[in-house]
Structure formats: C-alpha cells, structure tokens
Design a protein around this ligand. Structure first.
Ligand code: PHE
Length: 341
C-alpha cells in the first residue's frame, strides 16, 4: 500500500506539471487533494493496515499531502504569472485608460451654500458669531420686541422643551442680543449662522429644521443707506454683478423700518418662470434697521447708536440656485440627491 501511495504521489506531481489553466489546476486538486481525491482516499485506508505499519504510513501520507499542497501553490503562481503575461502581450492591457477615481464624499449642498455666504461676508469685514440652538423664550421673543401674546408670535411656531421657558430657537435673531451684550460698547459687524427649528408640518416648502444666516451691524451713524448698500453688494457678489435687486417694505417686530430683499430671478433672468412664480423676482432675505427697543435690550443707547440686521435662509437660496423643488431633500439623506452637488 505504501508503494501504491508513492506511485500516486509521483503521478500526481507529473500531472500537476501538465496543468496550464486554472480549470486544469482545480480539477487536478479535486482528483488529488479534494475530499474525494486519491490521496485523501488513501488516508481512509489506514485502518486496513497492520497496527505496526500504521504510523509509518500515516506519516508518509501527511508528508505527501504537504508536498503536493506546496507544489499546487507554486503551480498556481506560475499559471497566474502566465495569465498576466499573456494579457500584457495580447494588448488587452489599455495603459491609456484613466485610473478609477477614489470616492471621496463631498460637502452637503447646505454647507456649500453656507460657506459661500461666509466667504462673501468675510470679505466684507463681518465675523462669524456662533450662538446657541437651545434658547430661552426671553431671548428668542421678548428681548426682540415680541412680548407674550403678541400676534407676531404666530409667525414662529415653536418647539418647547419640558423646562418652562426653554425652547429651540425659531430664528437666529436671538444671537443679536447675545452679540450686543458681549461686545457693548464696541461697534459690531457679525453674521450669526446656524440651525433653527419650527414646529410645522413638513411639506415640500416647509421643514422643521433649517439654517439661517443672521447679520448684524451696530455702531454710530449707521443708516438705512448703509443697509441698502451693504445688502446690494452682498446680493451682487452672491448672484452676479449684473443681477438687478429691489427692496420691498415688510414688517418684523425687531426692525423698524423693515424690508425684504428680492433679486432678479436667477433661473429666468426676470422673464418669469415657475421658480419665481412668473414675477421675475426671488425673495432672498428679510432685513431692517435694528429696533430701538432691541438696541436698548442689547445695552446700546438708541440715541447714540443705530444698526441694521438681516436674516436669510441658505437652503432657500440653494433651492433657488439649483432649482430644487422640495426642501425635504436637504435632510432626507438620499445619496441620489446629495451626490449631485
Ligand atoms: N428673523 C427673521 C425671520 O426668521 C428674519 C430677519 C432677521 C428679519 C433680521 C429682519 C432682521 O424671519
């Protein structure tokens, strides 16, 4: 039986040298070392031997198995190399093919728009002032000249916490008070970006969370002309120097007078389209001269100081810019949407 084993070994080595493809090699493996292979069959026959012959036989079988395995590995290497060489020489290898780009992820469209806004205001001398998302009713409303039961509260549907008086900010305007109280009596030029929250039904046009970028300038002799000039400049830097803009009167409790800034529709250039609802204009931000009561609440005497403020929604601006029709796309986490930016 030992002779038979050695013979199988010799033959197996011989036939291994003759394999030239992976298929050949695999079928060789099955016939030799596989579960039903010849060498494996031999191990099962140990029981037919006399007890004193068994150890020697077992040892030999194991040696043979190991050697055949090594020979198999070497042959596999040889076949692989041959495959690569034949590919190279048969011109299947296109060295002019561009490499595969590595997937790197990207910035969220809201973040991209925010950064664009930061850059422009930064160029114009405004610093970023970070203010908290969790606010008090006092900062979010009262200090901004919106007393309890004031009808203007209906403009902001609020998320309340279980702690009375502690809410999620409905706009970035409470940051105005924080900035004024921190900087008084210095002049102020800041933008206040961040998430705002409103208790609203989620639809294509309204979300319960969205970013705002607030702006605040406080100092001596700041007039409505400064507001108009600064915001016009911003709108042109953001939407193009040729873009027409207009101010429309509006109402906010914390500014007086208050206005809305429109830019000529960036999609149709003022001709009228679905995005601008055929008006030719897009509403971009709310603004106004800081209300005397608000200045006073921030510590600045309105007889000596004045200022302007504004608030804009970067998601809204991104929607207008890219023609995004559903605001839910921003926080829906659908990569098919996000990967377009
Ligand atoms: N806080 C206002 C809003 O959320 C926007 C605004 C900010 C208006 C500052 C005027 C001045 O609608």
């Amino acid at each position: 039986m030992l002779d038979e084993l050695n013979l199988i070994y010799k033959q197996a080595l011989g036939s291994l040298q003759e394999t030239s493809t992976r298929e050949d090699l695999e079928s060789w493996y099955r016939q030799t070392l596989g579960r039903k292979g010849q060498v494996t069959q031999m191990t099962r026959q140990v029981g037919q031997l006399k007890p004193e012959e068994r150890p020697m036989f077992g040892q030999r079988v194991n040696e043979i198995k190991q050697e055949l395995q090594l020979a198999y590995d070497a042959q596999l290497d040889k076949i692989r190399t041959a495959e690569i060489e034949s590919k190279i020489s048969s011109d299947e290898w296109d060295v002019t093919l561009p490499g595969r780009r590595r997937w790197r992820g990207r910035l969220h469209p809201a973040t991209q728009t925010l950064r664009e806004i930061y850059r422009i205001w930064g160029d114009m001398g405004f610093q970023i002032y970070r203010s908290r998302d969790v606010e008090t009713d006092e900062y979010n409303f009262e200090l901004l000249n919106i007393p309890k039961d004031h009808p203007a509260r209906d403009m902001w549907d609020t998320f309340h916490t279980t702690t009375p008086g502690v809410i999620l900010r409905t706009h970035t305007s409470p940051g105005q008070i924080h900035a004024m109280r921190e900087y008084y009596p210095e002049p102020i030029r800041v933008i206040l970006p961040g998430m705002c929250y409103r208790y609203e039904q989620i639809t294509a046009r309204s979300e319960i969370q969205f970013n705002q970028v607030e702006g605040l300038a406080v100092g001596e002799n700041i007039s409505m002309a400064d507001l108009k000039g600064t915001l016009s400049d911003f709108a042109k830097r953001m939407f193009g120097q040729e873009r027409k803009i207009r101010f429309r009167a509006n109402y906010f409790p914390f500014t007086e007078p208050s206005a809305e800034l429109d830019v000529e529709c960036i999609l149709c250039g003022g001709e009228g389209c679905q995005v601008c609802k055929h008006t030719g204009w897009l509403e971009i931000l709310g603004c106004g001269m800081v209300h005397p009561t608000v200045l006073r609440n921030g510590g600045y005497d309105p007889a000596k100081y004045s200022g302007f403020a504004f608030g804009m929604g970067p998601e809204r601006i991104a929607m207008l810019k890219y023609g995004i029709e559903d605001i839910r796309a921003f926080w829906g986490n659908d990569l098919r949407f996000l990967e377009q930016f």
